[in-house]
Design a protein around this ligand. Structure first.
Ligand SMILES: Nc1ncnc2c1ncn2[C@@H]1O[C@H](COP(=O)(O)OP(=O)(O)OP(=O)(O)O)[C@@H](O)[C@H]1O
Length: 261
């Protein structure tokens, strides 16, 4: 018997996916595949449809056409959500709900808990997830008291608490301080080394660059490029860098890489 994972097996597959938001076509026929063990970056300018693509996969936006499979099962029949970790865009997750770090991360374990009760093994997994992102010492802190980077670490720990084999992350590095970026890159490296498959929306490859196997670039709801990640020429010379940055002078020409121009 061969126990080696099948590296050609798609864990996420979108074929001809279309979606609308407020009657406006936002995805106009997206093909996207993540194979087992792959790390795929989803890149593109503001508003190109990256978040919407991710949200169709996790079921937050209903597609109007096309097909989505998760771990070999059509999305509408897929039920094994404990096998999938999702990190939403941070702005949508703060919510002002009073909770401790441990409570938020424990909520990510409920999909594995029998009868909704966390047992010793579950609490160990929660502690391990906190440890992975360097937040074990903050377990009892209120999430309201955390910095942006710490908050993002907690959301990632919540996604890791169910020990998922597929990770879907929407801009995990957005608004994250350098120290936290390094921790997150290291966490992701360990997950990938352990066999996880990853789809992540990024503005720039940054410290994750060495991990990225393939880049899919969206423009205006269509796939513009699907292949090797673009090489960074300078700090900002990456696709998506006609992104609006608050520090960019109004008259500065946006840096582009050709893919988006
Ligand atoms: N609820 C909504 N109703 C109508 N249009 C929306 C809604 N949410 C997003 N949009 C529009 O859909 C388009 C795609 O948005 P989406 O968030 O998927 O882009 P994105 O590539 O993730 O952008 P960003 O990098 O800014 O996060 C944008 O033009 C956005 O303005």
């Amino acid at each position: 018997m061969n126990d080696e994972p099948d590296l050609t097996e798609p864990v996420i597959s979108l074929r001809g996916v279309t979606a609308e938001l407020g009657a406006r076509p936002v995805l106009r026929g997206i093909d996207l595949t993540v194979r087992r063990g792959e790390v795929v970056a989803l890149l593109g300018a503001n508003g190109s449809g990256k978040s919407t693509a991710i949200r169709t996969i996790v079921g937050q936006v209903p597609p109007t056409g096309g097909e989505i499979d998760i771990l070999g099962t059509p999305r509408r029949r897929f039920k094994q959500w404990a096998r999938v970790g999702y990190v939403p865009q941070r702005t949508t997750a703060a919510g002002g709900v009073p909770a401790t770090v441990a409570e938020v991360v424990s909520s990510g374990r409920l999909s594995r808990a029998r009868f909704g009760l966390l047992r010793k093994a579950d609490r160990t997994a929660v502690h391990h997830a906190l440890d992975l992102v360097g937040m074990a010492d903050h377990a009892k802190d209120s999430v309201d008291a955390l910095s942006g980077g710490q908050h993002q670490r907690v959301l990632i720990a919540r996604a890791l608490a169910s020990e998922p084999e597929v990770l879907i992350m929407d801009e995990p590095m957005a608004g994250v301080d350098l120290a936290s970026q390094e921790v997150l890159a290291d966490t992701l490296r360990k997950q990938v080394a352990a066999g996880a498959s990853v789809l992540l929306v990024l503005h720039e490859l940054g410290p994750l660059e060495p991990l990225i196997d393939r880049a899919v670039v969206l423009r205006d709801g269509c796939v513009l490029h699907d292949g090797p990640p673009p090489k960074a020429v300078g700090q900002h010379a990456l696709p998506g860098h006609d992104h609006v940055h608050p520090h960019t002078p109004a008259d500065a020409e946006p840096l582009r890489m050709g893919l988006l121009s």
